[in-house]
Design a protein. Structure first.
Ligand code: FMN
Length: 188
């Protein structure tokens, strides 16, 4: 079994990364863990110019030719049995680099496809996706959660992941916050 750990925690001393490693200690027994530290990777969004153009993306998808390096993250993702994504809650959503990474992962023909009836077909076999996050403030309403809410939609609609979990520690930046206790509570 292979577990892909997408580490989108850019801050030194990140509490989110700590929570993710606590989760790994408890849950990733016997799995081969492959970690992507997004801060160390060249992850550029699709754009009109630059390394990953929308023109090149569209041509590649139309020709079903995925040799371009922009598809490397989607290829890795499609091979995972399990996925762990860790990211701090930023501006009610995900850090931009994680968004850019997921944009590349959502490559039609690599991690999902569209059948003749227009339905999404998963090209992944991920049995569980876990999203680990920490936030400075208190828990938000589901409609204001554009982090797990966004990742959950991709996991459900594109990759048909049967088990999608969130591990969230809220209120870490409060003056009285007991960070160790909040992280432990989030895991339980
Ligand atoms: C750019 C930025 C945006 C943030 N946006 C939010 C937010 O929308 N809601 C919130 O509760 N906390 C927000 N925070 C606080 C972080 O979510 C909180 O400090 C988190 O625990 C940071 O995780 P880390 O220790 O892994 O870096 C923000 C922090 C930063 C730096």
């Amino acid at each position: 079994m292979s577990l892909l750990f997408v580490n989108a925690c850019p801050r030194e001393g990140s509490r989110t990364e700590r929570l993710a490693r606590m989760w790994l200690d408890r849950h990733a027994h016997g799995e081969m863990v492959k970690e992507f530290v997004l801060a160390d990777l060249d992850v550029e969004p699709l754009d009109s110019a630059g390394p990953n153009t929308i023109g090149d993306y569209s041509k590649a998808v139309a020709a079903a030719d995925y040799a371009h390096p922009m598809f490397r993250y989607a290829k890795e993702f499609s091979e995972a049995d399990e996925v762990l994504i860790a990211a701090p809650f930023w501006n009610y959503g995900v850090p931009a680099k994680l968004h850019a990474y997921l944009e590349l992962v959502c490559s039609q023909g690599v991690t999902f496809d569209i059948d003749e009836a227009g339905a999404y077909v998963s090209l992944c076999h991920i049995r569980r996706l876990t999203y680990v996050m920490t936030a400075g403030g208190g828990e938000v309403e589901p409609l204001d959660d554009h982090a797990f809410g966004y990742v959950r939609t991709l996991a459900q609609r594109f990759w048909h992941v049967p088990e999608i979990c969130r591990v969230a520690a809220w209120g870490l930046d409060g003056p009285q916050a007991d960070v160790d206790a909040l992280l432990e509570e989030a895991l339980n």
